[in-house]
Design a protein around this ligand. Structure first.
Ligand code: DQA
Length: 138
């Protein structure tokens, strides 16, 4: 089972960015824990701050991988391009957020990703990613 976690803009700063909201663990550290926990999965990780690079990655993996776990971060609320990329591919996408975007500022309430995602997991801190991996267990 080949699954990729794709993180969008500013998530490379996890561990030092707004730690009251996003916690103090760098994603690379959390990803190692995740890989150990689900060692029978083939788990990959990709991060970019650039919208076009995220679209390129979704297109690249979207016809061969078994799952995409996507935290599009700020692009969640702005990007028709990411939404269209997800609609174009075959691999199911699970949308993830560390925080519960519904109880934050109003501009975070809309997601362009949700209508084309298999499901959404948000508000559980980094554990949201683990719950998303679990959703691929048959
Ligand atoms: C986020 C929520 C977004 O609104 C925000 O822009 C992020 C992170 C989350 O994981 O909680 O960068 O996607």
């Amino acid at each position: 089972m080949k699954i990729i976690i794709i993180n969008g803009p500013n998530l490379n700063l996890l561990g030092k960015r707004e730690t009251d909201i996003y916690g103090d663990m760098p994603f690379e550290e959390y990803f190692d824990i995740l890989k150990n926990k689900f060692d029978w999965f083939d788990l990959e990780y990709y991060q970019s701050n650039i919208e076009g690079e995220l679209i390129d990655k979704i297109q690249e993996v979207g016809f061969s991988y078994d799952g995409i776990i996507l935290n599009a971060a700020a692009f969640t609320h702005t990007s028709v391009g990411l939404r269209d990329a997800i609609a174009a591919i075959e691999t199911p996408v699970v949308e993830v957020h560390i925080s519960n975007t519904s109880n934050r500022e109003e501009f975070r309430h809309n997601s362009f990703i949700t209508p084309v995602a298999r499901g959404v997991i948000m508000g559980f801190g980094l554990q949201s990613y683990e719950l998303a991996v679990q959703s691929f267990i048959k």
